[in-house]
Design a binder for this molecule. Structure first.
Ligand SMILES: N[C@@H](CCC(=O)N[C@@H](CS)C(=O)NCC(=O)O)C(=O)O
Length: 220
């Protein structure tokens, strides 16, 4: 069975658990305490040298990291991955943009606030920069979504999933979404899809970190 190493408040983890649920895949979910460094232990680093969740175990000994790569793997032969060359490239364009221009600003600002990271003057300056860059990203999304229902093509793709994950909780990072009506309509449209789950929904069969790592050690 697929096994997702995850952290419930993580938008990157949510992308994966959202699509797993949407596609009806049974999966195990391992809740990792990222505030206590559970992704930085030698045992976890042996599975993902980058020391981060989400990570999806595809089969014993076969681990895939990076939320957007996991989305791409899951979306094969589904409506969430387009069937024509141009739209595939457009989806990838949004996935790369999300990781470079959106997530590092909006998700990081949210993380610092919701995980109560100490705010020294340097970090306050960094937060101001992240707010500016985050709003630049939101403005770009607003322009793109004006007159469109979805980021690429006529239905939701993994581009929408990747961008929904942190946009819908941007207000937790101090980003007011009131000036972005097209984004707000798109958020409502996204959440109206059948089988939608919330970021706080602990879906999947729970497996403890200790049990999961023991079974990885045994290759089971
Ligand atoms: N680019 C990665 C980012 C993953 C990431 O930043 N994960 C965070 C949680 S959202 C994490 O595991 N943090 C724990 C740590 O860095 O120790 C992805 O999209 O999956």
């Amino acid at each position: 069975m697929l096994r997702l190493y995850d952290h419930l408040s993580s938008g990157n983890g949510y992308k994966c658990r959202w699509l797993l649920t949407q596609l009806g895949h049974p999966f195990q979910r391992v809740e990792m305490d990222i505030d206590r460094g559970e992704t930085r232990t030698p045992e976890f680093l042996a599975l993902n040298p980058n020391g981060r969740i989400p990570m999806l175990r595809l089969a014993p000994g076969d681990f895939l990291a990076e939320s957007n790569a996991i989305l791409r793997w899951l979306a094969e032969d589904t409506s969430f991955w387009p069937d024509n060359r141009r739209d595939k490239a457009a989806v990838l364009q949004w996935l790369f943009w999300e990781q470079y221009s959106h997530e590092p600003n909006i998700a990081t600002a949210r993380f610092w606030i919701t995980h109560k990271v100490a705010m020294d003057p340097e970090r306050i300056h960094a937060l101001i920069a992240k707010r500016e860059n985050g709003h630049a990203a939101l403005k770009l999304m607003e322009r793109h979504l004006t007159g469109r229902d979805w980021f690429v093509g006529q239905n939701a793709t993994i581009a929408d999933i990747a961008l929904y994950a942190y946009t819908h909780v941007a207000e937790e990072g101090g980003f007011d979404l009131a000036p972005y009506p097209a984004i707000r309509d798109w958020l409502d449209r996204f959440a109206a899809q059948p089988n939608h789950i919330k970021i706080t929904d602990a879906v999947g069969t729970p497996v403890s970190v200790a049990d999961a790592l023991t079974s990885e050690r045994q290759g089971a």
